[in-house]
Ligand binder design. Structure first.
Ligand SMILES: [Zn+2]
Length: 430
């Protein structure tokens, strides 16, 4: 790698416009190439570049306020790609990160904050949007919003998507909502929206999803699948929108997910610890630097982060035009068939992820490389090791039963040895 001792010029820190803006300064390798059209290249380059040191400060700020930059994450290319794909195309149906503790799953998810695309955020507690009226008429929104719409007032504003975290100890009441205690104090009965409604149009992050109670997991997955949910408390009922991208993590050492829950996550990303010592050292360096001076680490990646966010938005905008050619679709379906995967979510996730992957590279047609890249994330853990083992166990048990029966018949008068040679045992009628 050719190193350049040149210090970054101050003019470089100016505004970074759209990726296809001008600025040509090929003589400075530290300059960001604004003509990049591949999100992957951008991420790889930013992530892999030499990490400049930071000034260590004893109390530079709270790390949570400055999340670890996504582009500073070392290694884990599949995890990063999968997360970006879910930002580009929510139709992949969520992401599950599977791996042991301390492999950076939570850090990676939180680092997405700076990359989140802009989405319409409703002004209303029920999450009403213009789209709802376009798709389902004025009855699809609450009476308040229907009136607003009639007056020509906006129902929503375009804002960056948010990362909503489900607390580990969340109760069903917190998740779906319930009686508003504050209103109850004033003798008014009102429902308060839950975390699922807050997550509408945003990302919902559920850490350790395998440790949640079944009722909470079911509520989340139902809401995610339907895009809305209804709460009933006594005489009160309300329906809230819940169109969120679900990102979950689980550590298989701490218990498994029920197969029907596992099936409802689109992409499955295996997150292993970094195997390469150099990478581990680099990760350590960056983590320590971020702990000491989070603001400065963030600023080191600020320009590229803005570029990446613009690329994600551009890919999202391109997505509706990205088509899946018949030959690629056919190969994909053959692949699923050969793996004996039952769930229809397999192809939905795989094809939608492939479309997002093509869009991230600025292409309007999915090709076999897209499919090759996303197929493992979309299809792994879908063959249901549980069911396979279950059937094998059952077969084993069946053999045992037959074997035991054979033994018994050996002890008792040996009427038949192994196969009764065509003895007509059928009850002949008449
Ligand atoms: Zn409304």
């Amino acid at each position: 790698m050719a190193k350049d001792s040149e210090e970054p010029k101050s003019e470089q820190a100016g505004e970074v416009g759209l990726p296809n803006a001008h600025t040509t300064a090929p003589d400075s390798p530290s300059e960001i190439d604004p003509s990049i059209r591949s999100l992957k290249d951008l991420i790889d380059r930013a992530t892999g570049r030499d990490f400049a040191g930071v000034e260590y400060e004893s109390d530079a700020g709270i790390a949570e306020v400055w999340p670890f930059p996504f582009l500073a994450l070392v290694g884990q290319p599949e995890m990063k790609l999968g997360l970006l794909i879910s930002l580009i195309n929510p139709a992949v149906g969520g992401v599950l990160l599977v791996g042991p503790r301390g492999t950076g799953k939570t850090t990676a998810v939180r680092s997405l904050i700076d990359l989140l695309p802009a989405v319409w955020h409703s002004h209303c507690r029920y999450g009403c949007l213009h789209d709802d009226i376009e798709n389902g008429g004025v009855d699809a929104v609450c009476p308040n919003c229907a009136e607003k719409y009639a007056r020509g007032e906006p129902l929503a504003a375009l804002e960056p998507a948010r990362l909503v975290e489900l607390p580990l100890n969340a109760r069903l009441e917190d998740v779906v909502g319930g009686i508003d205690e504050r209103a109850a104090v004033h003798n008014r009965m009102r429902l308060r929206r839950g975390i699922l409604a807050f997550a509408d149009r945003n990302l919902l992050y559920v850490d350790e999803v395998n440790l949640l109670s079944d009722e909470v997991v079911d509520a989340i997955l139902d809401a995610a699948a339907q895009g809305r949910y209804t709460v009933r408390r006594g005489p009160l009922a309300a329906t809230y929108h819940s169109r969120f991208t679900l990102i979950g993590t689980m550590n298989p050492e701490e218990g498994n997910l029920r197969p029907q829950i596992l099936d409802r996550f689109g992409l499955r990303l295996l997150v292993r610890g970094l195997a390469d010592s150099n990478q581990r050292m680099e990760a350590y360096k960056r983590t320590q630097a971020h702990l000491s001076n989070p603001r400065q680490v963030t600023s080191l990646y600020a320009d590229e982060t803005i570029l990446a966010r613009d690329e994600i938005q551009a890919a999202r905008d391109l997505l509706p035009q990205v088509s899946l050619p018949k030959t690629v679709a056919k190969n994909g379906l053959e692949l699923i068939k050969s793996f004996d995967i039952a769930s229809l979510r397999a192809e939905i996730t795989m094809f939608e992820a492939a479309r997002a992957h093509a869009a991230a590279a600025g292409r309007k047609r999915v090709n076999m490389d897209d499919l090759r890249t996303v197929a493992p994330m979309a299809l792994r853990l879908r063959r249901s090791p549980f069911m396979t083992k279950y059937f094998v166990d059952q077969e084993g048990e069946e053999e045992e039963i037959i074997h035991a029966l054979d033994k018994l018949s050996e002890k008792s008068p040996p009427k038949t040895k192994k196969k009764p040679a065509k003895t007509k045992k059928k009850k002949s009628s008449g």
